[in-house]
Write a new protein. Structure first.
Lengths: 49, 264
């Protein structure tokens, strides 16, 4: 994590802020990926099509 | 001198070899840790986060359904209902192919009236499903119009081209088995004879489970119209898989329209 923050541009506070933003974006992306996988493979909602 | 150089070279090579092995093992370890965390996150998201959203939405949807009941009460129509003879499709005077004034002797059995509520708007919470035998559904789960993914995230979904529960025909409702609150999680515990209640704008309809089948997701016959008033509930089967569908067929036995539809 320290290495990841170190390679980010700008002064230290900016680096930390950028790290937080990147982590949040990654979490949201993960949420949608999980949701897609779950809705298509695990439980589609039981509809008949 | 040469011997010393050779020993140093061998030592360096050995260290380099050990370094690669250590790095590889370390890499595999980190990769396993990341994959494990991703899987753990997936399980947590599917089981807990989706259910948290569904439970939260249910509170709002239940209020929405109650408001819908009040708003729809004025639009409820009382129309003639012609009880079909064996082998005939049931008909209502307002929309059937045979006029309501057709004599019973030609058209069918005894004539009565039923309460017809207007079709709810898509995505609208319009009914509350209760199954006293199942913990999850004992207090009710809101049904919304439509079976799009967004509808099923919020509540159980009613197939738009099928009648509203309590009306003649086959009303089909689908719901999640393992995620988004898993309202239909324990459907494998249902047996013929179990009671299912559905509250709509015209009142409480009581159905009794007649048959439970497991079919492929493409078997559309389960949604086909039926004589009388039926409720068909569908969900994924087995749990944690969408390979098949568990289908519960329940027949209307009591409610505002039961006497007319059953020809009592």
């Amino acid at each position: 994590m320290r290495r990841f923050i170190a390679v980010l541009p700008g002064p230290t506070p900016v680096k930390y802020a950028l790290a937080v933003v990147i982590v949040l974006i990654a979490l949201v992306a993960l949420f949608f990926i999980y949701d897609w996988i779950g809705a298509n493979l695990l439980d589609t909602g039981g509809t008949i099509q | 001198m040469d011997e010393s150089l050779s020993t140093t070279t061998r030592t360096t090579r050995a260290r380099s070899g050990t370094g690669i092995v250590v790095k590889t093992i370390r890499g595999i370890g980190w990769a396993s840790l990341v994959v494990g965390l991703l899987i753990l996150g997936f399980v947590a998201q599917q089981l807990f986060v989706t259910s948290w959203f569904a439970d939260r939405n249910q509170v709002q949807l239940e209020e929405q359904a109650q408001e819908y009941f009040d708003a729809t009460a004025a639009g409820v129509e009382e129309v003639p209902y012609i009880t079909p003879l064996p082998g005939q499709q049931s008909r209502t005077g307002s929309g059937g192919s045979v006029p309501a004034e057709t004599p019973n002797s030609i058209d069918g059995g005894p004539r009565a009236t039923i309460l017809v509520e207007p079709a709810p708007p898509v995505h609208q919470a319009f009914a509350i499903l209760r199954i006293p035998k199942l913990d999850k559904l004992r207090d009710g789960w809101t049904v919304v119009e439509g079976v799009e993914r967004s509808d099923l995230r919020n509540g159980a979904g009613h197939m738009t081209h099928t009648p509203v529960p309590g009306q003649p025909g086959n009303s089909v409702i689908s719901g999640h088995r393992t995620t988004y609150g898993a309202p239909f999680h324990d459907f494998d515990k249902l047996e013929p004879g179990d009671v299912i209640e559905v509250e709509t704008a015209i009142g409480m309809h009581t159905f009794v489970v007649r048959e439970i089948v497991i079919v492929k997701p493409t078997e559309l016959w389960v949604t086909a119209p039926r004589d009388g008033a039926w409720l068909t509930l569908t969900t994924c089967h087995p749990k944690f898989s969408s390979r098949q569908r568990l289908v519960v067929f329940a027949e209307l036995v009591d409610g505002p329209n039961a006497a007319a539809i059953l020809g009592a």
